[in-house]
Design a protein around this ligand. Sequence first.
Ligand code: 5GP
Ligand code: ZN
Length: 113
Amino acid sequence: MSECIFCRIVAGELPSHAVYEDDELLVFNDIHPVAPIHWLIIPKAHVESLAHCGPEHEALLGRMLLLGARLAREHGLTDGFRTAIHTGRAGGQVVFHLHVHIVGGNESKTPIG
Ligand code: 5GP
Ligand code: ZN
């Protein structure tokens, strides 16, 4: 069994509220939302952080960002939304499985994560 909580969510070993899923990506609600919409977009395959990505992840990273914009549009975030990627301890990363935060639905800038 993986010790990575996001790998365990992908495997169905931990519950999550999924917003979107395909072969490569999973999007689910953050357990501690800072706004009415607060999603985490993750690759199903374990990648520790943005700093661990190489050229082989170029398409994956593009898909993650474009999916965030598409889902935001589909969920009515027409005035905009925030994206955040925390990288490494000094970057505030707490869960060491690459993820993009998508935050929207209000205008305040509550810190993410
Ligand atoms: P970060 O690593 O980007 O700083 O923060 C990790 C984010 O994952 C936090 O916003 C936290 O609320 C969220 N998180 C941590 N554990 C879980 C979990 O088990 N389920 C869900 N849905 N979100 C989680
Ligand atoms: Zn993982």
